[in-house]
Design a protein around this ligand. Structure first.
Ligand code: GRG
Length: 290
């Protein structure tokens, strides 16, 4: 197996699971359900579900048991993208190569679609086959004011300010990192027997790749183009955001991302070749082109 084939298998798998858990667009209120489906079933790399599946695979968990947590993390991610693009936040027009939710529908529908995707994530987790309360707890903490929403709040007050590297890191650890850590935790929680020390090791891996993911996102915003990214290139500068390339220079940002990935891979040393997909995934995080 290569990472490429695993990505294809699990992307298809989670797309089927997501399609099943989303309300049909023929169901009332149709416009809201259409907007929810538009937000989720529109491409996307599915990095977060992949982390759930690959972590579960490390513990030989049946992928059937991972479909719910994998879908839940993608629903939260899709919700965050819809709200992030709103006029009150980043006011973006393009996402995954298509008009953003509020452009394709309208602002009120996009707000409701985001809200409903969030609650759907927690609703489906109540049906998870194992450790459902722990999963709900982990995802709620990662999404709320001490996680993603908190990171977004820091981001909003930081626009136009000068942040130092540790302040920038703190913002991204909340805004992007906590959800990535929750993905790895949910994948591990799907296993029947789990030691706290193993959870701690995996959390360190996830923290490193989460930050590297954001640094690569900042680098691509400088180096890539709108068509490849599926969103407006250069939007960080346009939005007056503090970024890693702005603070460290492009080479400095790339070095930092590389070091984090090395640290992530080293932290997996206690595992055998069953952890190889997680090692490959770490490299993918900083070699991805969009
Ligand atoms: C109100 C609880 C609450 C949350 C909303 C808007 C918001 C708060 C948070 C924003 C979080 C956010 C959008 C972080 C950016 C993370 C990021 C780098 C997104 C891009 O992820 P990819 O590259 O995108 O995985 P695809 O399209 O491939 O899924």
């Amino acid at each position: 197996m290569t990472l490429k084939s695993l990505i294809t298998i699990y992307q298809k798998r989670v797309d089927i699971a997501l399609d099943r858990c989303l309300p049909a667009s023929t169901l009332e209120p149709q416009r809201l359900h259409e907007a929810m489906r538009y937000a989720v079933l529109n491409g996307g790399k599915r990095v977060r579900p992949l982390l759930v599946y690959l972590t579960g695979q490390l513990f030989s968990v049946d992928p059937v048991s991972l479909d719910i947590p994998a879908s839940a993390v993608e629903l939260i991610h899709a919700f965050s993208l819809v709200h992030d693009d709103l006029p009150a936040m980043d006011d973006d027009d393009l996402r995954r190569g298509k008009p953003t939710n509020h452009k394709a529908f309208d602002e009120a529908t996009a707000i409701l679609a985001g809200d409903a995707l969030q609650t759907l994530a927690f609703y489906i987790l109540t049906q998870a086959p194992a450790h459902r309360l722990e999963m709900i707890e982990a995802l709620a903490l990662a999404t709320g004011s001490r996680g993603m929403a908190g990171g977004q709040a820091i981001d909003m007050v930081s626009v136009g300010q000068t942040l130092n590297i540790s302040e920038l890191e703190n913002m991204h650890n909340h805004k992007t990192g906590m959800l990535i850590r929750a993905c790895v935790k949910l994948g591990a929680l799907a296993s029947s027997s789990l030691e706290q020390s193993v959870l701690k090791t995996l959390d360190h891996y996830a923290k490193c790749i989460g930050l590297a993911f954001q640094i690569q996102d900042d680098i691509l915003d400088v180096e890539s183009d709108t068509e490849t990214l599926g969103k407006l290139q250069g939007s960080d500068i346009a939005h007056n955001k503090v970024t890693y390339p702005a603070l460290l220079g492009l080479d400095g940002a790339k070095n930092m991302a590389n070091e984090l990935i090395e640290e992530a891979i080293t932290s997996l040393n206690e595992f055998d070749d069953k952890a190889d997909p997680l090692r490959w995934m770490a490299n993918y995080i900083i070699t991805r082109q969009f």
